[in-house]
Design a protein around this ligand. Structure first.
Ligand SMILES: [Zn+2]
Ligand SMILES: [Zn+2]
Length: 426
């Protein structure tokens, strides 16, 4: 029955449409549709065109690589705001801090974040300083990608890493980086003689995790200090960066603690973990209540604890991260934060951008180009050193099918097109 009625109404609709169309065709468009729009009346010369060619006003988004920083300005980009488990929407912990003096610092480099960093369209030469708060994979899991990615992606400088010691040497940053290099032994060997490996050098500075307000970096007007963090076992730290009268603090992961309350008071920007509430861990992930409560309020800082911390240190802007910021989670997190804090705060998602000066904090989203390629290096990209080449065994070489006529032609074409003189191997 329904179908028959629907068909009947469709026929009526088409008939009415045809009649109206026929009427307009015979009479022309009604006067009301042709009249000058009200906003243009009386201002004919300045009237907007119906076919504008000028760009519209700023859409209040950030296009990476398109904006200079003012000499007194700090830009912070959320390159990872998620949780320990990887997911497409949010990489794990990573924050890029760019300063008006040209310096750039990466705080934590969790799983998935190397991709976000590349979307900022910054040559790898400038992404050479990484500060790691602790050695959980969601805070340093993409270090290998930035390190090796930089070797292929045009970084011509060593990658420098700062990170804490641990209660035992094997829990420290040095040990982690040395063994990461060992893990990449084949990768490292395979690139020798095929690309220039200048960027393979890794310079690690390990500092005492118990240092309180300890200076770990001081250069070019920038001071970076650490304070101990309380998270899972001994070793984690939080960072405080000071430059040109601006103060930035990043918790990495921590339970609320006395060092944070003492040393981050009155900061301009504080980024502090605000972990998924225990109820969310139970409902979404099926955790037992005992684990959800322990992880959500003892190992990490829950939203209500986050709010309490912020109400004690009163930053210009508090930024909460380290939860899956979804439509059904954000309202619950906001409600819990508001129970203990009534100041300004933002709940971060990846690609949120904060421009900070003494007078203003502007929050936008970055619009990124997914078709990103590595940016050309800022110094000359050197060719591979053939003397480093390890090559193949006789067994593997014996399996090659060279298609020499095809490859020789590619060499000829490239030499002609780019004026080079590279000989195809025999
Ligand atoms: Zn952690
Ligand atoms: Zn974490």
């Amino acid at each position: 029955m329904k179908t028959r009625w629907a068909r009947a109404w469709a026929v009526v609709g088409i008939a009415v449409g045809l009649c109206v169309g026929a009427y307009i065709a015979s009479q022309g468009l009604p006067e009301s549709l042709l009249a000058e729009p009200a906003y243009a009346q009386g201002a004919k010369d300045a009237a907007p065109s119906f076919s504008p060619v000028k760009a519209l006003a700023d859409r209040d988004v950030y296009y990476p690589g398109s904006e200079d920083l003012a000499p007194d300005e700090m830009r912070i980009v959320a390159c990872g705001t998620g949780m320990p488990n990887a997911r497409p929407k949010q990489a794990a912990a990573c924050w890029l801090v760019e300063l008006g003096n040209g310096d750039k610092f990466i705080f934590d480099i969790g799983s998935g974040s190397a991709e976000r960093l590349s979307a900022m369209k910054i040559p790898y030469d400038y992404l050479d300083k990484v500060f790691i708060g602790h050695l959980h994979s969601d805070h340093f899991g993409d270090l290998g990608d930035l390190w090796i990615g930089g070797v292929i992606g045009n970084r011509q400088r060593p990658l420098q890493v700062w990170g804490p010691s641990g209660a035992k040497p094997e829990y420290g940053t040095k040990y982690a980086c040395e063994h990461m290099q060992k893990m990449f032994a084949w990768d490292d060997a395979s690139r020798k003689g095929n690309v220039n490996t200048k960027g393979t050098r890794l310079v690690v500075t390990e500092f005492d995790y118990k240092g309180v307000n300890q200076v770990v970096y001081e250069k070019n007007g920038v001071t970076i200090r650490t304070i101990p963090a309380i998270h899972a076992i001994d070793g984690p730290v939080s960072f405080i960066l000071e430059w040109d009268g601006l103060k930035f603090a990043f918790s990495s992961d921590t339970f609320p603690n006395k060092w944070w309350l003492e040393h981050t008071k009155g900061c301009d920007i504080v980024i502090h973990e605000c972990f998924a509430p225990p109820s969310v861990l139970i409902d979404k992930q099926g955790w037992p209540a005992s684990d959800a409560l322990n992880v959500g309020t003892q190992v990490h800082t829950s939203p209500a604890q986050f709010g309490k911390v912020m109400s004690e240190i009163t930053p210009r802007l508090a930024i909460g991260y380290h939860f899956f910021n979804d439509f059904d989670v954000a309202p619950a997190v906001t409600e819990m934060v508001r129970k203990t804090y009534d100041g300004p705060f933002a709940l971060a998602v990846d690609y949120m951008v904060f421009n900070v000066t003494k007078d203003d904090i502007r929050i936008r989203m970055a619009v990124i180009d997914e078709d990103i390629w590595p940016q050309p290096s800022v110094t000359e990209k050197l060719p591979a050193d053939p003397s480093q080449k390890i090559g193949f065994s006789e067994f593997i070489t014996g399996g090659r099918v060279p298609y020499s006529d095809i490859v020789d032609k590619i060499y000829d074409d490239i030499n002609k097109r780019y004026g080079s003189d590279v000989k195809a191997p025999d």
